[in-house]
Ligand binder design. Structure first.
Ligand SMILES: [Fe+2]
Length: 246
């Protein structure tokens, strides 16, 4: 029977066991994400509570700020997985890629290092929140010449694109795939980011989703996404993430 008090389905009820979170900061003490092994475990237990069983950690690789390498990332991944095993929390699969800032050093990394992909040749990249790099399209071209497919993290969060929606279509035409932050569907980053997210979803410009979890507070907001209109649009995107299952 219909009830005015019917409980709304939250976003956190929509994850299937095949969903892969392709953007997160659960590796402890490596960037601005988890601050300790205990915090990582507590956040992972909440993710597991939503039905999420597969997580790719994506520590920042950012010149002069978070100068991680494939080795530093691997070390923290091994430590986290060893700890999860020691506490018998094994019903979850944790792997690690990276979130590459498209800064001056990135061009150097592209030429000299093997990057850590999400899967196959898909790499997660981000832009500064202040302004787009002057050579953005040249870099996107170089990424693809080097054999990688760029997945742009949270396109909805770059406010300098908000008033020029054509820029999004241009990025897609340049070979960029889009990963939306699920948190952007809440009011966590403000109403304009939520509105742009809705428009990008409506125009079917979003390819994949990620939680981009850094801390517990982010999960508190994730649990507040209940708008049925938004959930209907995000559901096929969540399904698309199954692609990253190894
Ligand atoms: Fe991130």
């Amino acid at each position: 029977m219909f009830s005015f008090f019917q409980k709304k389905t939250p976003l956190t009820d929509l994850f299937s066991a095949d969903f892969v979170d392709i953007h997160s900061h659960f590796l402890p003490n490596i960037d601005d994400g988890s601050k300790s092994m205990d915090e990582s475990v507590a956040m992972l237990r909440r993710m597991h509570g939503y039905g999420i069983k597969r997580i790719i950690c994506t520590p920042h690789v950012m010149e002069s700020v978070w100068e991680n390498s494939s080795e530093t990332i691997q070390r923290q991944l091994d430590a986290l997985n060893a700890h999860l095993k020691s506490i018998a929390f094994t019903d979850i699969t944790i792997s690690a890629a990276a979130e590459y800032m498209l800064d001056a050093n990135f061009e150097h990394l592209l030429k000299t290092e093997k990057l850590r992909p999400l899967k196959d040749n898909y790499i997660l990249v981000e832009l500064s929140f202040l302004n787009a790099p002057i050579n953005l399209y040249e870099t996107l071209f170089n990424i693809q010449i080097a054999g990688y497919k760029p997945v742009l993290a949270h396109p909805e969060r770059y406010s300098y694109f908000h008033n020029d929606f054509k820029e999004y279509a241009k990025l897609k035409a340049a070979g960029c795939l889009f990963q939306i932050n699920l948190l952007s569907l809440s009011n966590y980053y403000g109403s304009s980011v939520a509105e742009v997210s809705f428009q990008l979803l409506k125009q079917q410009l979003i390819d994949f989703a990620g939680t981009d979890t850094h801390k517990h507070h982010h999960l508190d907001f994730l649990e507040k996404v209940v708008d049925a209109k938004v959930l209907k649009l995000i559901e096929p995107v969540l399904k698309a993430n199954d692609f990253f299952r190894e």
